[in-house]
Design a protein around this ligand. Structure first.
Ligand code: ATP
Length: 642
């Protein structure tokens, strides 16, 4: 039977095959052959050309093709074939020069503008708008006026013009790419912006840039010919197809054949670059779906006080403590409070389950802990402490030291959390080296050790495999290995098993528990699944509509839920062996953050709600946020998990 890796290889080969086929069409092969021929002529021009392209032979001026001069001669009797061959060298060199200038400048600025945003982005975009509002040839002529005449300066001007398109394309793809999970994962590992831009994002956005470069080469060649035709490009010491056309224009009445060959050479070459660019676009840019961004999770230490003064005495070995954390978002719907006064703590070596329906604020809590909130959100109150370190308001340098080194993060979609264009080994080595200390050989050994630790068979060989060659469960093991690279004290696992099938879910969960035992780290486990909480967690915190509504030891909370929301979540769990038709659902849905209800936020959906519930805001008292808690027995009749 095929192994998952072999199946993944077959799948990759199956997906690659149509792309290679697309590249093997005549519309691709013919232009590629023409460009290769030109390249060979350009490189070996002195060997290929039958004559010196500058040598005049006035006895044979303006001749048609003949046995001596196969493609005829110009007004000074110079050999047209030799001039075409040397002209190819000028054309290719000039095009490469301008495209290289445009690419280096444009990609650099585009990466920084797209990834960092802010004033740099605004200034770059305004400059680009101004430059693109002027026709390219006019702008080139204006810049040549500034730099001076000559082919080098002309192509520098063209390069500057090209940098605008490279910048726009890079910025656009980086804006999309920076939202992808593997970029979040790299930030969580503590990689700096430069390393993320150059080593993570750039290889992943190379496709559109290669296409742009290919199309720009054709345009550059055309502009070079045009500028040389106008007399501001190549001078008399260089051979240029554009300058040959200008000569042909003057002597066309005496020798009509003169403009044909430089014209054909320019047309064919520009066409070849464009056709090749189109083919590359078809094969490199399949337009696959983008993976939506997901945020991360947190933990805290020390006594946690609720909003009515009840204080839970926190044990001395508390690692993470979150106190009165409030996060606000300035969104299109106005100002919203994504988290309201969230407090929780996590001891060393403890596993805390953070549960709640989608949209309750679990991921935002995690994102606040590692300082990776969405751009429009900010912490407006409260604190998050890891040991003695305050994480709220930490600067980027401290954040990078904390992420990856003290806090590791595991995401739901493991394959999306890995960069598709790098081998798994390279990504693990990057994670190991993100915080310095190890040379390349030691980092590789450590990466293999990590893969072995998380149970990836044949670790040494699998270092050279790409993420798509791993099954979902194995990819999740790789992500866990990356999160463990720097021995974090806290591991945040945001629904680490949701995307996996049931058997693999259990294996990954077992692995996390085993690693907790072996490494003594704390785990904040974000999940929808109370079954996972029952299996893996010591304590549980239940969130609803941006608030903590119940918290306590798993055995107590699941056996005797005190908040009606916790009881409703339990009732909504599938009951093994029972009649599926009796599965309870919670009426309604979690409201959006800008429409949290007054009073108890759960009251519109609560079967026990009374008038008092819609009144004043409800505080967390002795681990539960419900004004009617004394009079209710919401667990009665519910299935007990433990
Ligand atoms: N980037 C964002 N921009 C605007 N609002 C956001 C953003 N991320 C989350 N929210 C809002 O914050 C609230 C909490 O979302 P969060 O993602 O933390 O929920 P969750 O409990 O983790 O859900 P899920 O289980 O689906 O991940 C929701 O109302 C959500 O719409």
């Amino acid at each position: 039977m095929a192994t998952p890796a072999a199946a993944a290889n077959d799948e990759a080969a199956r997906r690659l095959a149509p792309r290679l086929k697309a590249l093997a069409r005549p519309f691709v092969l013919l232009p590629a052959a023409w460009l290769l021929l030109l390249l060979a002529c350009a490189v070996a021009a002195p060997l290929v050309a039958p004559y010196d392209p500058f040598h005049p032979d006035l006895k044979h001026r303006l001749e048609a093709p003949n046995a001596l001069y196969w493609l005829g001669t110009d007004d000074l009797g110079r050999d047209t074939l030799s001039r075409l061959v040397f002209g190819a060298r000028t054309a290719l060199l000039a095009s490469l020069e301008s495209v290289a200038i445009g690419a280096v400048l444009g990609i650099g600025i585009g990466l920084a503008a797209g990834y960092l945003g802010g004033w740099l982005d605004r200034v770059a975009m305004r400059l680009a708008d101004v430059m693109q509002s002027i026709p390219a040839v006019l702008l080139a002529l204006a810049l040549i006026g500034v730099f001076g005449k000559g082919l080098g300066n002309a192509m520098l001007a063209v390069g500057l013009i090209f940098s605008v398109s490279f910048m726009r394309i890079t910025r656009a793809v980086v804006l999309a790419e920076r939202e992808r999970l593997y970029v979040d994962a790299a930030r969580v590992l503590g990689l700096g912006p430069l390393a993320i831009m150059l080593r993570q994002i750039l290889p992943n956005v190379a496709g559109p840039l290669v296409v742009q470069a290919s199309i720009s080469l054709g345009t550059a060649l055309l502009i070079e010919a045009m500028l040389s035709f106008l007399g501001v490009g190549a001078d008399s010491t260089q051979v240029s197809w554009g300058a040959m056309l200008e000569t042909a224009r003057q002597f066309q009445s005496e020798q009509p054949f003169l403009p044909v060959l430089p014209g054909v050479a320019i047309t064919l070459t520009v066409l070849a670059f464009n056709l090749l660019g189109d083919a590359l676009r078809d094969s490199l840019l399949p337009g696959g779906p983008r993976v939506p961004r997901r945020a991360a999770a947190v933990t805290a230490a020390r006594p946690v006080a609720d909003d009515v003064g009840w204080v839970e005495a926190l044990p001395a070995d508390t690692l993470l403590r979150i106190e009165h954390l409030t996060v606000r978002l300035q969104g299109p719907q106005g100002d919203a409070e994504l988290l309201s006064d969230v407090s929780l703590h996590l001891r060393r070596g403890e596993v805390l389950g953070l549960v709640g329906e989608s949209g309750c604020g679990k991921s935002i809590t995690a994102a606040a802990i590692i300082g990776l909130l969405p751009p429009a959100a900010r912490v407006s109150g409260g604190s998050v402490r890891l040991g003695e370190t305050e994480l709220v308001g930490m600067d980027e340098a401290l954040a990078r030291r904390v992420r990856g080194r003290r806090i590791g993060m595991v995401f739901q979609d493991a394959v999306a959390a890995l960069s598709p264009v790098h081998t798994v080994g390279r990504q693990l080595i990057d994670a190991v080296r993100a915080h310095g200390g190890l040379d390349a050989r030691q980092a590789r050994a450590r990466a293999i050790e990590l893969l072995e630790m998380v149970g990836v068979p044949d670790a040494q060989r699998r270092m050279d495999d790409y993420p798509h060659q791993f099954s979902g469960g194995m990819a999740q093991r790789v992500v866990i290995a990356g999160a463990l690279a720097c021995d974090p004290e806290l591991l945040i696992a945001d629904e680490p098993t949701t995307a996996l099938d049931v058997t693999i879910q259990a294996q990954v969960l077992d692995l996390l528990m085993e690693l907790r035992e072996r490494l003594g780290m704390s785990i904040l486990l974000i999940t929808h699944d109370l079954g996972v909480v029952a299996d893996a967690c010591d304590r549980v915190a239940v969130m609803y509509a941006g608030q903590m509504v119940e918290t306590g030891p798993v055995r107590e909370v699941l056996a005797r839920p005190r908040h009606p929301y916790t009881a409703a979540l339990l009732a909504a769990m599938p009951k093994g062996g029972g009649d599926a038709a009796v599965l309870a659902t919670i009426p309604g849905r979690v409201p959006p953050a800008w429409a949290w209800p007054q009073g108890c936020r759960f009251h519109p959906r609560c079967p026990h709600a009374g008038e008092v519930c819609a009144g004043a805001a409800v505080g967390l008292v002795q681990g539960v946020r419900c004004v009617r808690v004394e009079g209710l027995e919401p667990w009665k009749g519910e299935r007990v998990l433990l």
